[in-house]
Design a protein around this ligand. Structure first.
Ligand code: HEC
Length: 233
């Protein structure tokens, strides 16, 4: 039984060319399915110049306001007189720090309406409103907030800043909330004064989180031992 018994040479030729066209389509589809589409998807994930998106609720983590790189500092004890009450130098320092570090969430004038704060739950505190403060509005309360952060919220601890910087910020926060902050507890103020006067501090080297992640990834790739021979086979 031969193929020629069933098909004339012309029909055979037509069949072969139809088969060729079908195979052509299949290979084009396979090319798109296995190469082009995954390639596009990969590119969409790794566009190198895409702006870094802030991740909600995780300050500093791939955040556009990532910590700036700073060299290690050794700071002497502070004279409490220079930080317990506002003075122009301290306020200027605090305002610059506020604009750089806090305004993204709390807004330039502390109304809790910064671009980084939209969509956060709970919302960044509106410093112009007295109600709802969790730690309180007294100097020692705000210092504590900056020292420890507020658990369960995006308000992180800022204890990577020096004590003096945290005090400067506490005064700035008070200046943005011009309502009565209540009387400070003399004991709390005395213990803050003692803390400032008693010991200097060492602020370690700091690099942006994004850079730290890049370095860790590189070091891991370099340190990763080659796969044992048995798994290569
Ligand atoms: C990532 C956003 C974010 C940044 C940046 C941020 N905060 Fe906050 N902050 C919050 C949120 C959210 C709350 C509200 C927390 C809550 O209600 O539990 C808050 C609350 C506060 C409070 C009120 C605490 C209380 O007693 O209720 C103070 C004071 C404060 N922040 C100061 C600062 C200062 C100063 C900076 C800059 C060093 C700063 N924050 C940076 C999000 C932020």
């Amino acid at each position: 039984m031969k193929l020629d018994d069933y098909l004339s040479p012309e029909e055979l030729k037509r069949l072969a060319s139809a088969l060729l066209v079908v195979l052509g389509f299949i290979s084009i589809a396979a090319f798109f399915g296995f190469t082009v589409v995954p390639g596009l998807r990969y590119q969409a994930h790794t566009t190198p110049d895409a702006p870094i998106q802030a991740v909600q609720g995780e300050t500093g983590w791939l955040d556009p306001t990532d910590y700036p790189a700073m060299a290690r500092e050794i700071l002497p004890p502070i004279d409490p007189a220079t930080v317990m009450t506002p003075n122009p130098k301290l306020m200027a320092r605090g305002e610059a720090l506020y604009a750089q570090t806090c305004a993204t969430c709390h807004g330039a004038d502390g109304k809790g309406n910064g671009p980084g704060g939209t969509g956060l739950t709970p919302k960044p505190r509106d410093f112009a409103v007295k109600a709802g403060w969790k730690n309180g509005t007294r100097l020692e309360d705000i210092y504590r907030t900056l020292d420890e952060g507020i658990k369960g919220s995006s308000m992180a601890s800022y204890n990577y800043l020096s004590k003096k910087d945290r005090m400067a910020l506490a005064h700035v926060v008070q200046s943005l909330g011009t309502f009565d902050h209540g009387a400070s507890d003399p004991k709390a103020i005395a213990s803050l004064e003692k803390l400032f006067a008693s010991a200097g501090e060492v602020i370690p080297n700091r690099i942006p989180v994004a850079r730290a992640v890049a370095i860790l990834c590189r070091e891991y790739a370099e340190a990763k031992p080659p796969a044992p021979a048995s798994t290569i086979r």
